[in-house]
Design a protein around this ligand. Structure first.
Ligand SMILES: [Zn+2]
Length: 354
């Protein structure tokens, strides 16, 4: 329960102000709109030595898609007009809102997000917090946990960094495998800020079961309400069925947030090879959790964070879920109620301030 929920309890904080949750509509639980992920760039495979510095084109788009983090141009997107056109397509397809989680380390830009929201007419909720240590490279160890928490609280109450654009959720909160000490400090501060403000927490867990279990234990030890936390990347970070079962049984929001992505990265940089599921595989897993009674915890998104995914550059853009995934759900026998619960009700519940 929040002890200082201002007058926002029961509302949703967007980049343009506070709104009634019932106006939200179809919502993606995890996206990036203005981003710079240069910090997670790594050198391309020796077979494609020139890929790192190439500009994205229709001739090399396939290579970019298969090697998304091995090209600098692919990782950076900061153009407001193009972003607004991309997001507007989502609105035109019937989309309501995008949760933008470019936390510190992904170079989010809340002022640009507000412009994108105003130009596109689509609701955008901005996250705040620290992404993985590798990405933000900031030494948090010299600052007290309370000081870090105060920065997060200020981001939600007066504005992110030196802007007047308020965050509507904490995230994505980055943790690596193994989890770094600074990342636990970030999580600790986030929990304090969450308890103070009543805003939800979106977690980017480290790859593999062990870091995930450490995070769940950490949250539980601090009595964080699992219904205020979304555990992300369940479709791409190599979790066992056993681990995902625990996320489900503990009552967290579960985010299958990489719909549309089919990356395979057999990389030297990651804790284990990153192998994405196909959309069909994702939906079969969702079906299983619906059948087990967990539909009220399921959320989805595209985690769009590379240029090659944008329509401007030959990708599916933000309307992939509406254009392709929801029709696939119908083919697989998801009821209209289930689809509405997953795409509208659950993200609304997560974003509504306590
Ligand atoms: Zn992430």
């Amino acid at each position: 329960m929040a002890d200082h929920a201002l007058d926002r309890a029961g509302k949703i904080q967007t980049v343009t102000g506070v709104i009634d949750p019932n106006t939200l509509g179809i919502t993606h639980i995890h996206e990036h709109i203005i981003f710079d992920q240069s910090a997670v760039y790594y050198e391309p495979h020796p077979e494609f030595p020139e890929l790192g510095e190439q500009l994205l084109s229709l001739q090399n788009r396939w290579l970019f898609e298969r090697n998304p983090f091995n090209n600098r141009d692919n990782l950076r997107f900061t153009d407001v007009s193009l972003a607004a056109a991309e997001v507007q397509r989502f609105g035109a397809a019937g989309g309501g809102a995008l949760l933008e989680l470019s936390s510190t380390g992904m170079s989010g830009d809340p002022v640009k997000l507000r412009s994108v929201s105003e130009e596109s007419g689509v609701t955008i909720v901005a996250g705040t917090g620290w992404y993985t240590r590798q990405a933000h490279g900031v030494d948090l160890s010299a600052r007290s946990i309370d000081d870090l928490a105060a920065e997060l609280i200020s981001a939600t109450e007066t504005g992110i960094a030196d802007t007047d654009v308020q965050a509507g959720c904490f995230g994505e909160i980055g943790l690596s495998a193994p989890i770094e000490a600074d990342e636990l400090r970030s999580l600790e501060a986030t929990i304090i800020a969450h308890q103070h403000t009543g805003l939800g927490i979106s977690i980017h867990p480290g790859m593999g079961d062990q870091p995930l279990f450490e995070i769940l234990d950490f949250l539980k030890a601090r009595q964080v309400d699992p219904q205020r936390v979304a555990i992300g990347h369940l479709d791409c970070f190599g979790f066992s069925d056993y681990a995902i079962d625990r996320v489900a049984d503990d009552g967290y929001f579960m985010a299958w947030d990489n719909f549309g992505s089919t990356h395979f990265m057999p990389t030297q940089r990651l804790a284990k090879p990153l192998m994405h599921a196909s959309d069909g595989e994702r939906l079969r897993v969702l079906r299983r959790y619906i059948d087990r009674g967990h539909v009220a915890q399921i959320t989805i998104g595209q985690d769009l964070s590379c240029k090659h995914d944008l329509v401007t550059f030959g990708g599916g853009g933000y309307s992939h879920i509406i254009a392709n995934v929801i029709p696939m759900m119908r083919v697989l026998g998801f009821s209209n109620t289930d689809i509405d619960t997953i795409t509208v009700v659950n993200p609304r519940q997560f974003l509504t301030i306590e």
